[in-house]
Every structure is written in C-alpha cells, then in structure tokens.
Design a protein around this ligand. Structure first.
Ligand code: GDP
Ligand code: MN
Length: 378
C-alpha cells in the first residue's frame, strides 16, 4: 500500500528522523492560511501516490502566502500519472547545500532489507543507477541482527566527508531502518536527503510503501489508506478479493491462479500482444467475482479484447462458464471475449458457452493468438 508524503513523514518523525514541519490543505485558501503561519516562504507539494511530482509541476516554491494560494489552486485538481491531486502539503522552504539519496527496500534476490544510498540525490535514482552505478552503494541487512553500527557508519561515509555530517547520517540510517521495520515497509525512501547551509541533515521528501499483508497488525498505518487517492480499479479489485495490477497493453486478461496469469501474460507477449492487466480471480468460480473482474476490465478504455484462461481443478469449468454468462447478462461488454477452459467439467462448460454465443477454446495457444489478433483488429 502506498501512502502520501505527509503520512510517510509522520512515520519518519516518529522514528526520530529530522523532517521539516508541514500541514495538509484541500483548498487554496487553507494553503494560504498555513503558508501565512509559516511566514510565507513555503513549498506547496501535490500529495499523490506517484514519484516525479516536481517534474510534473506538482512541487512549487512560494515566497508569500498569496503565491502559495495561487500555486495550490493550480496544483489541486491537477493530474499526475493518472491520479488527481486532492491534497497539498504546505511546508517551510529549506535552504539546500547538498542533496543525497537514502532508502531501504526489500531485495527480492536475497529476500532481505537492502539500503541504497547515493550522494547524487534529488534526481531520478533510476537514472543514476543506469548511468553512474558506482555512485550508488547497496548494503543488504541480515534481519536477525538488524543494521549494525559499522554498517550505518559505512553508509554515512559513502555520502559525506564532513565528520559532523557523517555522525548525523550514521544516526539517521538507524532511524530509517527503524521506520522501515517497525512499519513493515517494502520501501522507505528519502530523496532528497538534504544538508542545510548550517550543516543539518533533513528529509525533505518521503516515499513509503507498506506490505499489504502486515496491515492487519498495524491499525494506525492501515488507517492511512486514502481510497480517493488510489485508482478506482484497485479499490474495487481489493473489495472483490481479486488480485489485480493495471498494465499498459490492450488485451484484458482474466485468469484463475497467479502462476497461470503470469504464463498467460507471457504468451500474450509471445504472440505480439500487450496485456492490459494482471488479474487473478483465485480459486473460486463465484459469478460475483467474475462480474467484478469483467467490470474492472471493461472500465479500462484501452482494453480491446478480453481473454479468459481458466484451468479447472477444484474450480469447476461449468461454474466459471455460468459465471461468465451471468456476468455478460448483467453488464454491457463491448470488447470481444474469447475463453479457454480446460479441466474439471470442461465439456459441459464449452457447451454452456457455445450456447450463449461465446468463442470457447481448450488450447491456450489458440485462444491467446485469437485474443491478440482481435485486439490488433480493433
Ligand atoms: P518529487 O519530485 O516528487 O520527488 O518531490 P520532491 O519533494 O523531491 O521535490 C522535488 C524537488 O523540489 C527537490 O529535489 C528540490 O530540488 C525541490 N524542493 C522541494 N522542497 C524544497 C525546499 O524546501 N527547498 C528547496 N530549495 N527546494 C525544494
Ligand atoms: Mn523526491
């Protein structure tokens, strides 16, 4: 689960990280009022679950409360990476002597928390990783021991030469690791981590993602969920108990089982198509789930064909077939649907689908090729 910058900063503050103060506004007038209390020199920052807000015009410096209002009125309602800005953070401007990068994330390869730090902060870290990988230091942490003092020190010396800054950064690494572990984060990132002209380290941006599976034991963090800030499709999928990830292509995919869903997406690509989504309806053939899945897929205007790929084991193919027929009765589906069903009760299922006028297949290759072809024709 992604959270907003202002929420991430609350978690960082609680762990002792130096973070400038700030308040959230939902109207330009509120932003002006907050800016006035901070003396007028503020940064107005879009609160959306997306990086690169600065480049998109979602981070603006103001030198007076009136200017803060003007910035807020432009930023509120703005769209950044398909998300509408509904809140801004108003925070005093910090003077910047240098910008660094520091994060902790889960390294999938070693299945451990990993620090990533770079003295080249403020910019896209992906760019640094690509062009100047030697400017990034990675350090994996053994969760049994946590971040050891010499590790924190070595990260700090990679970022700074000045002993006073190394001392602060050593402490900060421990605080960042504490924020990461105590909130079950999958990512805790500070970019930029600044040094002020006075020599103080401060986190002026914060990006945090929380492991969804841990939310049940973190009620305060779970309460950070902002449904208005999440894509509607994701909220709907979660409520219906579906695993859904939106992708860039035009072949809508509806599959039972995560492994089969991955294999289906691979095959779509193999045949020259692009999947519009990952969607796992799980082991159930409950028609309500199939309806929810089709509602989510058809709400995406880029979907040009819909591909069902169902492997019946405990799930009975005839139940799924009835679910699809029922779903098509309940909602108006524009893109063509092709269906592959195989396994338990497939003969009955194919009969049900043919009767209802659907194209039904048993071969995965054939159906995927057909779905890709239909999307290309549309
Ligand atoms: P992002 O673009 O979403 O990563 O948003 P950031 O919070 O990182 O802001 C983008 C950039 O705006 C930063 O890298 C800074 O250069 C600038 N910026 C943000 N806050 C401040 C501030 O308090 N003072 C100054 N001088 N620049 C800031
Ligand atoms: Mn940033």
């Amino acid at each position: 689960m992604d959270i907003h910058e202002y929420q991430a900063k609350e978690l960082f503050r609680a762990a002792g990280v130096a973070v400038p103060p700030g308040e959230v506004a939902t109207t330009a007038e509120q932003a002006e009022e907050i800016a006035r209390r901070y003396g007028g020199s503020v940064v107005v920052k879009a609160q959306v679950h997306a990086g690169g807000r600065g480049k998109a015009g979602g981070v603006k410096l103001a030198s007076s409360a009136e200017e803060a209002r003007e910035h807020a009125s432009k930023i509120l309602g703005m769209t950044i990476k398909d998300l509408t800005v509904q809140k801004v953070l108003v925070t005093p401007i910090e003077d910047i002597a240098s910008e660094a990068y520091a994060s902790v994330l889960i390294d999938r390869e070693t299945q451990r928390p990993m620090f990533m730090v770079s003295p080249e902060g403020g910019v896209d870290i992906e760019e640094v990783a690509e062009n100047r990988p030697e400017a990034i230091r990675k350090l994996r942490i053994d969760p049994r021991y946590g971040l050891l003092p010499h590790q924190a020190y070595s990260l700090a010396t990679f970022l700074y030469d000045d002993p006073a800054q190394v001392k602060q950064a050593t402490k900060l690494m421990g605080q960042l690791y504490e924020a990461f572990t105590s909130n079950s984060c999958s990512l805790a990132e500070i970019n930029p981590l600044i040094v002020t002209p006075e020599g103080d380290l401060k986190a002026i941006d914060a990006k945090v993602s929380i492991d969804e599976s841990a939310l049940f034991r973190l009620p305060e963090v779970a309460a950070y969920r902002d449904l208005d800030a999440e894509p509607a499709a994701e909220t709907k999928a979660r409520e219906a108990g579906l695993s859904f990830v939106k992708l860039e292509g035009d072949v809508g995919c509806c599959v039972n089982g995560a492994g089969l869903a991955m294999a289906t997406m691979d095959l779509v690509k193999y045949y020259g198509g692009e999947p519009a989504n990952f969607l796992d309806i799980g082991g159930s053939s409950n028609p309500d789930k199939v309806v929810a899945a089709l509602e989510i897929i058809t709400a995406d205007p880029s979907v040009k064909s819909i591909l069902f790929n169902i492997f019946g084991g405990i799930t009975r193919c005839d139940d799924v077939a009835n679910g699809i027929v029922e779903a098509a009765r309940r909602i108006d589906i524009q893109p063509p649907i092709v269906i592959r069903l195989t396994g338990t009760n497939e003969t009955e299922a194919l009969e049900i689908l043919k009767e209802a006028g659907f194209s039904a297949y048993t071969s995965m290759d054939e159906v995927v090729e057909k779905a890709v072809e239909l999307a290309a024709q549309a």
